[in-house]
Design a protein around this ligand. Structure first.
Ligand SMILES: Nc1ncnc2c1ncn2[C@@H]1O[C@H](COP(=O)(O)OP(=O)(O)O)[C@@H](O)[C@H]1O
Ligand SMILES: Nc1ccn([C@@H]2O[C@H](COP(=O)(O)O)[C@@H](O)[C@H]2O)c(=O)n1
Ligand SMILES: [Mg+2]
Length: 460
């Protein structure tokens, strides 16, 4: 018996929102790999400025900025005498081997010291810069998209595309004020090396970018979109890496659109049910994709052999009353005649203790794969209680797939720590839980909205 290919559902990218800082040195899980962003572009295109804006917007993440400039090779005496003939814009001007080894170390959670480069003396100076493990690394520099080994480190590649006249104007200003040059030096260097290398190495590297930002830091819309994208990735990718049994269905604009509708407090009951049903159907279909299958060859009407699979037959659903019942129809629609059990759990509002009030489960449940249904995974306490009931009936932990529409990071931690063999499949991982154990941003009281029973005010 083979199993499906769950990794195909994994999203690339986590809010294990750790405390903010610029690489400040709190302990990290060794499994946690930082999200790496490369930012390339011509000189003075605004790379550093764009990176600063991204960092300030990602204020609740630990972000570090690494400049490719730090890896410039120091000039020797001979080179210094003829500095006007040295091409600082050629890939050979950088110690890329050192950059790769530093990046590998930081990526794997080690503290590293990176060089400190001085543009006035054209040398690395002591002390180097100590860089601690972090959530996001931004690697910025003119040629960070040029070398495929460096590109391969990146989860996201950005190119800042600013008009060359604007760049030259800024470069003259910056280099005369900050880098100890005069206008004549800057113009000579620009004509001899900077522009030819831009045309030969930097501009061609733009094709590797995932996102091109025209007008650099002036393009606030592009920067906002990038930050949102990073946040989405940070919200999911870490948890999926920490817990290999957590799966998030691949996000598309259709899925984002449906989430936008079901999460909107102004959405009518009718629309809520319609879009929640669509999302539920997707989650259920993906959940079924995680069940074991057996290979089967059949003959098509053309007389050809098709090698396919047959579905797992020992299957049942279990809904956590009430909201889980909203997922039953989708399961019935996908699996004709499927048995569905129910569990009702009551939570003590004072102690938070969960108590089993009612259960009706198939008598042979221990020999079945179980799709546990609950659209919202919040604190995880009800889920843990429901799972314990299934285990007490003899269901193997690894035979349970817990299906949700949304899950909080706290709920995922709680369930996965207790039941590491069980699988969780969700359509989005939210930011957090608030003090009342509600998922934020969330979608409110799911069963009230779905069954139209609530009287609670949803708009603030
Ligand atoms: N959108 C902008 N408007 C005005 N000045 C800018 C803008 N972006 C960058 N600058 C200035 O241009 C110079 C070069 O920008 P910088 O971000 O350092 O470019 P890079 O890192 O690509 O070389 C800096 O002095 C910076 O303050
Ligand atoms: N000693 C040096 C080293 C580099 N440069 C120039 O810096 C440019 C890269 O830095 P940006 O912040 O502009 O991306 C590059 O174009 C080199 O010409 C230098 O002048 N002196
Ligand atoms: Mg810069």
């Amino acid at each position: 018996m083979k199993s499906g290919n769950p990794s195909a559902l994994k999203n690339g990218g986590d809010p294990l929102s750790t405390p903010r800082s610029n690489g400040g040195g709190a302990e990290r899980s060794p499994l946690k790999v930082p999200f790496i962003i490369g930012v390339a572009g011509g000189t003075a295109s605004g790379k550093t400025t764009v990176c600063d804006m991204i960092i300030s917007q990602l204020h609740d993440q630990r972000v570090i900025l690494i400049n490719q400039d730090a890896f410039y090779r120091s000039l020797n005496g001979e080179q210094l005498k003829k500095v006007g003939e040295y091409n600082f814009d050629h890939p050979d001007a950088f110690d890329t081997e050192l950059l790769l080894s530093c990046m590998e170390k930081i990526k794997h959670g080690s503290v590293v010291t990176i060089p400190n480069y001085d543009f006035k003396t054209h040398k690395s100076i002591e002390p180097g810069r100590v860089v601690n493990p972090c959530d996001v690394i931004i690697l910025e520099g003119i040629l960070v998209l040029h070398d495929s080994r460096v590109r391969d480190l990146m989860n996201m590649k950005i190119f800042v595309d600013t008009d060359s006249d604007v760049r030259l104007g800024r470069r003259i200003q910056r280099d005369t004020v900050e880098r100890g040059r005069n206008v004549e030096n800057v113009l000579d260097q620009y004509a001899k090396f900077v522009k030819p290398s831009f045309d030969e190495f930097i501009l061609p590297s733009m094709k590797h970018a995932d996102v091109i930002i025209p007008r650099g830091a002036d393009n606030e819309v592009a920067i906002d979109l990038i930050v949102q994208h990073i946040r989405t990735k940070l919200g999911q990718h870490d948890l999926c890496k920490i817990y290999p049994n957590v799966f998030v269905i691949h996000s598309t604009f259709q899925i984002r659109g449906m989430h936008t509708l079901v999460r909107d407090a102004k959405t009518t009951k009718h629309d809520f049910v319609f879009y929640a049903d669509r999302l539920i159907r997707l989650v259920v279909e993906h959940g079924l994709g995680h069940l074991p299958f057996t290979e089967k060859q059949i003959l098509t009407p053309t007389g050809s052999v098709y090698t396919g699979v047959v579905f797992c037959k020992r299957l049942c659903g279990v809904s956590v009353i009430r909201s889980g019942e909203s997922m039953e129809n989708a399961l019935r629609a996908c699996c004709k005649g499927i048995k569905i059990g129910k569990i009702l759990i009551h939570g003590d509002s004072k102690t938070g203790e969960k108590e089993l009030i009612y259960e009706k489960l198939p008598s042979d449940i221990s020999s079945r794969h179980v799709l546990l249904l609950d659209p919202v995974l919040a604190s995880g306490n009800s889920a843990i209680k429901a799972i314990s009931v299934l285990l007490s009936k003899g269901v193997p932990e690894a035979n349970i797939i817990f299906l949700n529409l949304i899950a909080s990071p706290e709920g995922i931690h709680a369930v996965c720590k207790k039941y590491p063999k069980l699988k969780i499949l969700t359509s989005e991982i939210d930011m957090s839980l608030n003090k009342d154990a509600c998922v934020i941003p969330g979608m409110g009281e799911f069963s009230d909205r779905y069954f139209g029973t609530g009287t609670k005010q949803r708009l603030p």
